[in-house]
Design a protein around this ligand. Structure first.
Ligand code: ZN
Length: 437
């Protein structure tokens, strides 16, 4: 309705102007060379308007003719982009459905239609990966990695390829470059932590891991691997602070302190660890520096007093007393160790050694009989504690930060649990030949 009113108003104005022009008096004349021309003012104005309209129409027509190829090209390009976008979407759907054939077909189409698009390059790489063509995927990831906008996507793909191939060194290199391209990505942090564990880069693994990681184990391993003594000391101290009951952590810290001449501090570390969890390696380290048997016995006594009721305390006293030829005290301590719960082969073998020492010192037949009896008992006693992986039950001769068999970190623990009955190879006890039943 408003348009109709507007149109009517315009028509009235135009008619008014035309009427005004039509009533204008006068005449316009012109002479060009031998030609002369004369007309009334309204006719001349009408002719000028018609000429303007015709010229305008001709210019627009010429413009449209010259612009036609460009517009056609633009239209074609837009159509191509639309088709390319559809191919990208379909390729993503095929990738999500794990359909390698469709993914490859649509990815190839997207690459043909959108040759410059990083998105098309990415799905092309993913489709090649899904189709089991790692070389093709790698080529596309590398092209992505060369462009600053898509470098992280390319490096992420290359990192995954290297992980799949088990090339940890190459994977670590890609991870470092990806970190530069997109610092602080949580996914990348987790991958780098896993890689650091696999490559034994303990200090890096420690820095990248969260609080749920076995930090005492990792810090101990990092301290053992560190070349710089100050860094090794700091890492070992952190390990001991994280878990004072972890014997390897305490020994790592005490060893660094001893190397610096801080003997009292080193002793205090071992004593604290003995309070938390006595372990033969702690005692070995503690007594190492004493060469005199009586001095060793005194040191053992100091250590045993930190956890006087524990079987290991009695056992270490029995060993050092025997070395000092104090068989009476040794026998008493060995008996106390058994009474404290260490009814184990190693304690009965020690009992046999004590009786044999007594027999050699003139103890007579009673001592020889007691030695045989102790050896007999050792056959039926509980097995000795071992370093064992809690994840795969594999036994280890020494402590490892990660299980050499299954690779699990922080699961090798000192345990006296018997090996599972299903194991093909039972634990080999080398102390004595087994007695036939
Ligand atoms: Zn294991």
């Amino acid at each position: 309705m408003r348009r109709v009113i507007g149109f009517l108003l315009l028509a009235i104005i135009l008619v008014g102007i035309a009427f005004g022009l039509g009533t204008l008096p006068g005449e316009i004349s012109a002479t060009i060379g031998t030609y002369s021309f004369a007309a009334s003012v309204p006719i001349v104005i009408l002719a000028a308007v018609i000429l303007f309209v015709v010229l305008y129409a001709v210019i627009r027509l010429l413009g449209a003719i010259f612009a036609a190829p460009g517009r056609f090209g633009r239209g074609r390009h837009q159509r191509q982009v639309r088709q390319g976008d559809r191919a990208v979407t379909r390729a993503f759907a095929a990738l999500a459905a794990a359909d390698p054939k469709a993914a490859k077909r649509e990815a190839d189409r997207a690459r043909r239609l959108l040759p410059q698009s990083p998105m098309a390059l990415l799905i092309s790489a993913e489709a090649a990966r899904l189709s089991g063509k790692p070389e093709e995927a790698e080529a596309s990831y590398r092209r992505l990695a060369e462009q600053s906008d898509s470098a992280f996507l390319g490096l992420r793909g290359l990192l995954r390829q290297a992980l799949d191939a088990g090339d940890w060194t190459l994977a670590a290199d890609f991870a470092r470059r990806a970190e530069l391209a997109h610092p602080g990505a949580p996914w990348l942090r987790a991958e780098r932590a896993r890689l650091a564990l696999r490559t034994g880069a303990w200090a890096e693994a420690l820095a990248l891991s969260g609080p749920e990681a076995p930090r005492a184990v990792m810090a101990t391993a990092a301290a053992d691997a560190a070349d710089d003594p100050a860094q090794a000391l700091r890492l070992a101290r952190d390990a001991f602070a994280a878990d004072p009951g972890l014997a390897p952590a305490a020994i790592a810290y005490a060893r660094r302190l001893r190397d610096r001449g801080e003997q009292r501090k080193a002793d205090a570390v071992i004593e604290k660890a003995w309070t938390r969890g006595p372990h033969p390696d702690l005692a070995r380290f503690y007594l190492d520096r004493e060469s005199d048997v009586m001095a060793r016995l005194k040191a053992a006594d100091r250590l045993a007093k930190c956890n006087p009721e524990h079987g290991e305390s009695h056992l270490i006293m029995a060993r050092t007393a025997l070395a000092a030829k104090l068989t009476g005290q040794a026998r008493q301590e060995a008996q106390a160790a058994i009474a404290a719960g260490l009814d184990q082969r190693r304690v009965w073998v020690l009992r046999a050694d004590i009786e044999e020492a007594d027999a050699a010192a003139g103890g007579g037949e009673a001592a020889t009989f007691a030695a045989h009896e102790a050896l007999r008992r050792s056959q039926t006693a509980e097995p000795d504690p071992r370093w064992r992986c809690a994840a795969c039950s594999a036994e280890q001769m020494e402590w490892h930060p990660s299980c050499p068999v299954c690779g699990t970190v922080g699961q090798v623990a000192w345990t006296n649990a018997t090996a599972p009955a299903t194991r093909a190879n039972p634990p080999v006890i080398t102390l004595l030949p087994s007695e036939a039943p």
